[in-house]
Design a protein around this ligand. Structure first.
Ligand SMILES: [Fe+2]
Length: 208
């Protein structure tokens, strides 16, 4: 993909100083940029009990505790990076706008990671809509913020949408990620440090 071919919503953020990584950045600058996004924007709170970096690390810890692959641990860690790339996700939430963080994040990550990382990120909002349609009680268990954003994201899937979603190659992984997403919102939950998860992310980079 070239810079000119980037999707419009991605083009709006890739020139921001904190994400000014060239399309051909080497792996060390990509990792530095990811780390910088978390340290610069990770303290943002979007109405949950945890901030973005705590949420990401709790989700990645849950993935690791379940014995998942490095790719799934990385996906869990990176699944909401689109909120940080967006630049003003908190205002979007306040004003009832869908920041489309899943596609923003997936489009950005796709330059350096394979589908095993990118697709669960891209599909984790669809997985929420799927679970609302297919898992009795799931909707009632959603956090207040997740319930609010569900309606911005299209609400529970219709039966035909749910059937189509099930056929996607990464649907199962997206559902697993979504379960960790719902659980990784606990106040005062200890995790390994960011450096631990950065090492896992590094192992998932596509060869240069
Ligand atoms: Fe999340």
């Amino acid at each position: 993909m070239s810079g000119g071919g980037a999707p419009a919503n991605l083009r709006s953020v890739i020139n921001q100083p904190e994400v000014a990584v060239t399309m051909h950045a080497d792996s060390s600058s990509v990792l530095a940029t990811i780390e910088r996004l978390y340290t610069a924007h990770g303290t943002l709170v979007y109405g949950e009990q945890v901030n973005q970096i705590q949420h990401a690390m709790q989700c990645a810890s849950l993935a690791q505790a379940s014995g998942s692959t490095d790719a799934m641990v990385a996906a869990a860690m990176l699944h909401d990076i689109g909120h940080m790339l967006h630049g003003d996700a908190a205002t979007a939430l306040d004003t009832g706008e869908d920041d489309r963080h899943e596609s923003l994040g997936a489009d950005w990550l796709a330059r350096w990671f394979g589908d095993d990382v990118v697709q669960p990120v891209a599909l984790h909002v669809q997985a929420k809509r799927y679970l609302c349609a297919r898992d009795p009680g799931y909707l009632e268990g959603l956090s207040r913020v997740s319930t609010r954003t569900l309606h911005l994201q299209g609400g529970p899937m219709q039966p035909a949408e749910a059937e189509a979603f099930e056929r996607l190659p990464h649907a199962r992984n997206a559902i697993d990620l979504r379960r960790w997403d719902d659980l990784g919102k606990k106040a005062d939950c200890e995790t390994a440090p960011l450096s631990h998860f950065m090492t896992v992310i590094e192992r998932c980079l596509l060869p240069a």
